[in-house]
Design a protein around this ligand. Structure first.
Ligand SMILES: [Fe+2]
Ligand SMILES: [Fe+2]
Length: 404
């Protein structure tokens, strides 16, 4: 455990560092780490409230981590627990009260909460002292719970948490709450953007964006598995990609109705204007303030790029600004993965659907076309994954039918 003066210095240093980090996961990881360092806690977790459940969002445990081979991450054994008012974290989430326990195996029988030893059993760990604080926003709504486990003294013995540390931990909790609140606001804003794009172009947008987003997530899920991306990270990106893919054409809000809703073929000039929806869309997410912004920007910018470099808009030449004639062709892996995935999802959906200017293609023709374009329009690996998951993709197609 550290001296009080050192602890305050740590907090000031952390506040300065946090201002430089944008990624919310990194911020939460760092706060958990510092909260543990200040109280001498061996382990700690952040749970986030989702409906009536608490979801494990960040877990750190020095003892378990040390027992793992170098470089290996701690396995998550539980992802989600129902808020059970009888469990310590459930009690804290329900009441918004702080709970400090010296020994979780000695909780008196008449106490309003009890300790669930299942995590200890699965992980072969022994929880003793515990400090659990609620994460609340400024409307006093509980967003989650911060839990610290097994405070240690200088000699490494497990001791009760120092009650003098509670104000410091409450400070950390308020920073975590602010980060969660900010992430929630970003998400709400994105959902509003999706609704706004729908108002502008209800026919093209509604079911089409839901289908494209769910195909893209299906493809990314398999791609990430093949690349051995850890489960938690894969789920996190699936979630971000769903929203980003729904916004692939958001730049069309800036295109005139005369072009956007034209029932016949475009003139060359109209086509050039139409192409601008890629960079106009990507501009909406710049400056990038979050991972979601970065993915949404890549999707908007790159969903009409082709694997062989024949797509648009291409790579920006900074001095020339965005102009389709002055961009360099973008090809292969230089096209962001999010763009390569959404490209195939978008084309598959466009060909399979009826539009004002064309009938829907038969499934055989659509699939033949996608196979034919492997290595030309599309990344061959993504085409392979697409066919691997075609049954699920078909099912998703049924899930979001066009409104007649
Ligand atoms: Fe587009
Ligand atoms: Fe589209």
């Amino acid at each position: 455990m550290k001296e009080r003066g050192d602890k305050l210095n740590d907090i000031i240093r952390l506040s300065i560092e946090l201002n430089r980090i944008h990624d919310e996961d990194m911020i939460l990881d760092k706060i958990l780490h510092e909260a543990r360092a200040i109280t001498g806690a061996d382990a700690g977790s952040i749970y986030i409230k989702k409906g009536m459940s608490l979801v494990f969002s960040h877990v750190q445990n020095d003892t378990i981590q040390k027992a793992l081979p170098p470089g290996r991450k701690m396995p998550y054994t539980v992802f989600e627990i129902k808020i059970n008012p009888a469990s310590v974290s459930g009690y804290v989430a329900n009441t918004g009260r702080i709970v400090a326990i010296d020994d979780v195996y000695q909780i008196p029988a008449d106490s309003p909460y009890s300790f669930d030893p299942s995590f200890d059993k699965i992980s072969n760990y022994k929880t003793t002292s515990m400090l659990t604080v609620p994460l609340t926003n400024n409307m006093q709504e509980v967003l989650g719970v911060l839990q610290l486990i097994n405070a240690k003294d200088e000699s490494g013995n497990i001791v009760p948490f120092d009650s003098g540390d509670e104000p410091l931990i409450l400070h950390f909790a308020s920073v975590v709450s602010m980060v969660l609140e900010r992430a929630g606001m970003t998400r709400a804003m994105i959902l509003r953007m999706i609704r706004m794009a729908e108002l502008r172009d209800p026919k093209e947008t509604g079911a089409h964006v839901n289908r494209v987003a769910s195909y893209a997530v299906e493809i990314y899920d398999e791609w990430a598995k093949r690349k051995n991306i850890p489960d938690t990270q894969r789920e996190h990106y699936c979630d971000l990609l769903r929203m980003a893919a729904m916004l692939h054409d958001v730049g069309k809000v800036a295109i005139s109705d005369l072009i956007l809703k034209k029932p016949s073929r475009f003139t060359e000039e109209e086509y050039a204007t139409m192409k601008s929806h890629t960079w106009l869309g990507s501009d909406l997410f710049t400056p990038v303030n979050s991972e979601l912004d970065a993915i949404a920007r890549d999707v908007a910018a790159a969903h009409h790029e082709n694997w062989d470099g024949s797509g648009y808009p291409g790579a920006l030449i900074p001095e020339a600004g965005f102009d389709s004639k002055s961009c360099l062709p973008l090809s292969n892996e230089k096209i962001p993965i999010w763009g390569r995935i959404v490209a195939i999802a978008d084309v598959y959906d466009a060909l399979s659907s009826r539009r004002v200017y064309k009938e829907a293609w038969s499934e055989k023709d659509v699939l033949d076309e996608i196979r034919k374009e492997s290595g030309k329009k599309f990344d061959p690996e993504i085409v392979e994954i697409f066919f691997d998951r075609i049954d699920n993709i078909r099912a998703l197609r049924e899930k979001y039918p066009d409104v007649k």
